[in-house]
Design a binder for this molecule. Structure first.
Ligand SMILES: C[S@@+](CC[C@H](N)C(=O)[O-])C[C@H]1O[C@@H](n2cnc3c(N)ncnc32)[C@H](O)[C@@H]1O
Length: 292
């Protein structure tokens, strides 16, 4: 399909193409005149928008801005993804999901940390897990490389990897999707069924680590303070749990940086857990899963 045909099918002017793909107007004109060819990802993006526009017209829906955002793909492959759920949610909550190619590029900026089993990640506006899911996948790849030969170690270190992923999300459907997406990746890696102990333990961990709440006010959906659970694997199948208040933890970092009145306080004085638990095995974590 010629550039001109797919541009028209996509409902874009020359100026739109120039702005959407951030290329000079002269370059777009040369594609239109057929004296030069657009890069393959731009050509396929335009064809995709054209197809989406045609389908959305027949469905009676106006093409969403998200599809245009998706097409700004400088990655190796153009993968159509649904990046918004509705225009209202974009306006109300700034809900625009990040395309996978961009997520991967961003994660590569901290590649070493994403491939470390026990590095901790907190996504304060996690949506349905566009960052957390690939982080977990990278961690599980590290588990496989290091512990793939021992079933016991593999299962426990995979759970440790999961315990190191945290998210906060305002909208209940998103946090439910995020938990389900993370659990599906975990279960697929270890070939777990929903009745397996380890599956239920993972479900329990996710119910605590993926928080339905407001990262700005640091309150959960019930109005209480957001708790961050610190998990540690102490070996021999045992996990340690300590709970901290997010508002206290984040206050700690500002105290340090700003050298406030509290700067003299040692971390041990501020990093007091609200609760500490005795070491727990997978069976005990599974038993605590209310979703079971
Ligand atoms: C721009 S989307 C990004 C989602 C995900 N991080 C991604 O990159 O695909 C922002 C998300 O933050 C959520 N959100 C908005 N305000 C929030 C807040 N105060 N606390 C927690 N989540 C919030 C929205 O519901 C939405 O899912």
């Amino acid at each position: 399909m010629s550039f001109s045909t797919s541009r028209i099918a996509a409902g874009l002017s020359l100026d739109d193409v120039s702005k959407e793909f951030r290329v000079p107007p002269d370059t777009v004109s040369s594609w239109e005149a057929g004296t030069a060819k657009p890069p393959v990802q731009i050509a396929s993006s335009l064809e995709f928008i054209g197809r989406m526009s045609a389908q959305e017209k027949s469905d009676g829906i106006k093409p969403a801005q998200a599809e245009f955002i998706t097409t700004r793909d400088e990655g190796p492959l153009f993968t159509p993804e649904k990046l918004i759920k509705s225009k209202k949610r974009v306006a109300d909550h700034g809900e625009v999901f990040t395309p996978d190619w961009l997520v991967q590029k961003m994660l590569d900026l901290v590649k070493g940390e994403t491939e470390r089993i026990d590095s901790r990640f907190l996504e304060p506006a996690c949506g349905s897990g566009n960052f957390l899911v690939p982080i977990l996948q990278r961690k599980l790849a590290a588990v496989e490389a290091r512990y793939g030969k021992s079933d016991f170690e593999k299962r426990h270190y995979a759970l440790l990897a999961l315990t190191c992923c945290y998210g906060i999300e305002l909208l209940s459907d998103n946090i439910a999707e995020c938990r389900a997406n993370m659990l599906a990746v975990f279960a697929e890696y270890l070939r777990l069924e929903s009745h397996d102990e380890l599956y239920r333990a993972a479900s329990h961990v996710l119910s605590l680590n993926l928080i339905h709440g407001d990262a700005m006010t640091m309150k959960n959906a019930d109005g209480g303070p957001i708790l961050i659970v610190e998990w540690g694997y102490i070996g021999k199948g045992k996990f340690q749990r300590r709970d901290f208040r997010l508002d206290v933890l984040t206050g700690m970092s500002s105290f340090r940086e700003e050298r406030t009145l509290f700067a003299h306080l040692g971390s041990h004085e501020i990093f007091q857990p609200t609760e500490s638990y005795p070491p727990m095995r997978v069976a005990e974590l599974a038993a605590a899963d209310v979703a079971a």
